[in-house]
Design a protein around this ligand. Structure first.
Ligand SMILES: Nc1nc2c(ncn2[C@@H]2O[C@H](COP(=O)(O)OP(=O)(O)OP(=O)(O)O)[C@@H](O)[C@H]2O)c(=O)[nH]1
Length: 428
């Protein structure tokens, strides 16, 4: 499917930029039809790299450098400027997109104040779903003394709270990290959680569904957001990209020169047995502003043109991997099983009880010869029993030139989520 990706506020713009960059670099089918960045802070826009300058827009003329967490003002500015922002989208082809993805860092005033107005406006202007991708604030942002709390947190055994880490999960803190324990005052946002709760409430009933990413969960012990945000944004872009790039393009969008830009042919030729499309995504994400969490796992595998087996750059001398057709069934089964386990049991974008999910989707991708059917089907059964629901869709995403097997687990309707409940209770 093809998305209009729209970042609002500092975090929203940076994450949208990371998604655009990852989409541009990926060998996987492109899913970003257009990417836009809207911010009240001109510096935030200037620092972006991948979103074209024509698609960056500064709004709120009387504002100099962002709104510094004043959500009340943010909501006023959002309301005043929403038509102006929606008009900016006409530089792309919003009416041809399969869905919108409004990206926002919950906690700020610009993104948090604008996103509800923008989402409401897009819902009235277009028939397509308006999904939100939202980050939750880190504890270290809340107060100046937060660095002390982080010192304490550094002693916590992460595996006890996060479950087994995925390949790309954050490593536990090291002694060297202690030197970076001071959180610069400029990074503190005392109202971040309060604002986040209020914006989430406003989005409830407006957003078609909200994919959450918890900064607190993903920052390393003693790591400030300023230091960690690029890494976090890449993690977000990887997960969101793995999900949406695995869906078939049904839009047939054209680029500015009238060429069809969609990937329908690439999907048709890909040999996928079960192709996920925008309707399937719609069925799983729902229409009731459900909270969504993403799991992801990868495993490097040997391919014709090199790569490595299970992350080890060694030749096992088994003669199993000389060509696609000679991939060992047991190795393929194990690679798929491992990636699905990582995606389901590893660190999610928002930690939640798996069995709370109302609906789920499992996508397994990678070099076609490695996509072991039996392992995929057993993985689906595992997911079904983990969430205790039969509302599950599965799909595959063959990547002829890929060198890793990957799995994406989409958990939808995961409320109640402890992190959100605590944040709501503490910020009434
Ligand atoms: N993952 C991630 N989170 C970020 C990033 N920047 C900020 N955040 C989070 O997003 C929240 C809002 O920050 P911003 O997006 O900069 O705020 P804003 O919407 O521009 O609003 P104002 O600065 O108040 O005008 C923060 O409280 C952080 O939790 C980023 O680059 N990546």
């Amino acid at each position: 499917m093809q998305l209009e990706v729209i970042g609002v506020g500092g975090a929203g713009c940076r994450i949208a930029d990371a998604i655009r960059a990852a989409d541009d670099e990926a060998t996987a089918p492109s899913f970003v039809a257009d990417a836009f960045a809207f911010d009240t802070d001109v510096d935030g826009l200037t620092d972006l790299g991948a979103i074209s300058e024509t698609h960056r827009h500064r709004y709120g003329e009387t504002i100099d450098r962002g709104l510094d967490g004043n959500l009340h003002r943010g909501l006023e500015v959002g309301e005043e400027c929403v038509d102006e922002l929606s008009r900016q989208l006409d530089q792309g082809q919003p009416s041809l997109a399969d869905a919108f993805l409004v990206v926002v860092g919950l906690g700020g005033a610009t993104g948090g104040g604008t996103a509800p107005h923008l989402v409401a406006n897009l819902q009235t202007l277009y028939d397509e779903p308006v999904y939100v991708l939202a980050t939750l604030p880190a504890k270290s942002e809340l107060e100046e003394g937060a660095a002390d709390e982080i010192d304490d947190r550094g002693t916590v055994d992460e595996s006890a709270t996060n479950g087994p880490a995925s390949d790309t999960a954050a490593a536990p803190g090291t002694a060297d990290d202690a030197e970076q324990s001071a959180i610069p005052e400029a990074e503190t946002r005392p109202l971040a959680e309060k604002n986040a709760v209020e914006t989430l409430e406003r989005l409830d009933g407006l957003a078609t569904a909200t994919i959450c990413f918890d900064n607190e969960l993903w920052l390393r012990p003693r790591e400030g957001l300023g230091d960690g945000r690029e890494r976090l944004n890449r993690e977000i872009a990887t997960r969101v990209g793995a999900f949406f790039a695995s869906t078939a393009d049904t839009s047939g969008l054209e680029d500015g020169d009238g060429r069809t830009r969609g990937n329908r042919d690439r999907h048709a030729d890909s040999g996928a047995e079960t192709v996920i499309d925008a309707n399937d995504v719609g069925r799983i994400l729902g229409t009731e502003s459900d909270i969504v969490s993403l799991g992801y796992g990868t495993q490097r595998v040997e391919t014709d043109d090199g790569g490595s087996l299970f992350g080890l750059d060694i030749d096992l001398g088994l003669g199993l991997f000389g060509s696609d057709s000679s991939v060992d069934t047991g190795a393929a089964f194990s690679a798929v099983e491992t990636t699905i386990r990582k995606a389901l049991r590893g660190k999610l974008t928002l930690e939640c009880e798996r069995e709370n999910a109302d609906r789920a989707m499992l996508i397994v991708g990678g070099p076609p010869a490695w996509l072991n059917r039996r392992a995929i089907s057993e993985g689906r059964e595992t997911l079904e029993s983990a969430i205790g629901s039969v509302e599950i869709l599965g799909g595959d995403a063959p990547r002829a030139d890929g060198d890793e097997v990957f799995a994406v687990v989409v958990l939808s309707g995961v409320d109640p989520v402890e992190r959100l409940e605590t944040m709501r209770a503490e910020n009434r």
